[in-house]
Design a protein around this ligand. Sequence first.
Ligand SMILES: Cc1ncc(COP(=O)(O)O)c(C=O)c1O
Length: 405
Amino acid sequence: MSISQIARSIGESATLKLNETAAVLRAKGEPVIHLGGGEPKSKTPIDALTAAAAMLDSGEVRYTPADGTRAMKKAVIRYTEEFYGHKVEPENVMASGGAKQAIMVCLHAILNPQDEVIFPAPYWVSYPEMVKLCGAVPVPVLSEDGSFYPRIKEIEEKMTSYTKAVIINSPNNPSGVMYSEQFIAEIVELCEKRGLYLIMDDIYHRLIFDGRKPISCYKYAKDLSESSKLVVINGVSKQYAMTGFRIGWAVANKKLCEVMTNVQSHQTSGPSSLLQHAAVAAINGVQSSVEALRLTLENNRNVMAQQLESFEGVKLTVPDGTFYCFADFSVYGKDSTKLAQLLLDKVRVVTVPGVEFGMEGHLRLSTCGTIKDITQGVERMKWALDPNSPNELYLGDRKLVRDWM
Ligand SMILES: Cc1ncc(COP(=O)(O)O)c(C=O)c1O
């Protein structure tokens, strides 16, 4: 079989594969605890459900403009004004099939083969593969001190004449850390100075804790004209727990939006009319579900942090937002893939290996589930890894005996 060079360079999505593995095991009746997930468990906001139901009822579910419906653009314009204090026009907005597609279309619109795209590590698993899909080169930046807080100097040192864009995801998947105002101000300034695109992946920007407020990158931009290379990505997946609706968007200069729309029009013709309709209702509707989700996630983060604190040898940078904890398990093995496999095989706990996010020795643990998932999941992990724990454990009525240490 003849497969393209680009396609051959792309790995499968580790997180989607884990979801599949967990589903197969569950279907076989295995008592799986899924700490690998990347979606909130709360219900779709009622406004979105009723809007979608009404459209279905009408029987009129048609193509929309490739860059999104007028109502969708209006909702994004209002959202951008409310959460970023920044006014944009309909031509500055492109709706897409999730934030993921908005980023992919943006990269297709700006990258030539061999261009370089810089992003701090740990990074979202899809960035390197998306960059490679454009024939371009991903350039992750690992902080020398091993922290999750990137330094401007370290990013600047990676910039070459091939650098085309920087991607910043704050709060960050997988680490949960939110970069400081100062960092955002400096990265905006640096990209402006160098004439680089700055893609702000803000998909988690409202899911932040301890009284933090979302940061608006526009506040620090000197150039807010139509030549600005700032691209802000967002969507309904995380904040409204609408992952299955697949609606996201990009806000960018008009020329770039036009080019992105051309790309998207030939890829998918644009996002689904039905699902945009639901997304608009969520964005414009009652916002209490977002705050309820944020509070639940903050509480879950606290419980997970407490559980991990008592886990011998495990180190955690307490997350400022998102629904992930990215803990250092290197005392139990540097190879995170092996470690995650052991946890799945022996105690049926799903975690995501840190290597997928560019950092070995770590595991990403999701806090999207219930408190019981978190406490029992970590308890099973402790039992599997900590040699001081008792030799036996019961999963339901199944007795496990630790025979691998
Ligand atoms: C950092 C980051 N960006 C983008 C996305 C994609 O979001 P969407 O579901 O809107 O495509 C995700 C989803 O996991 C993510 O973690």
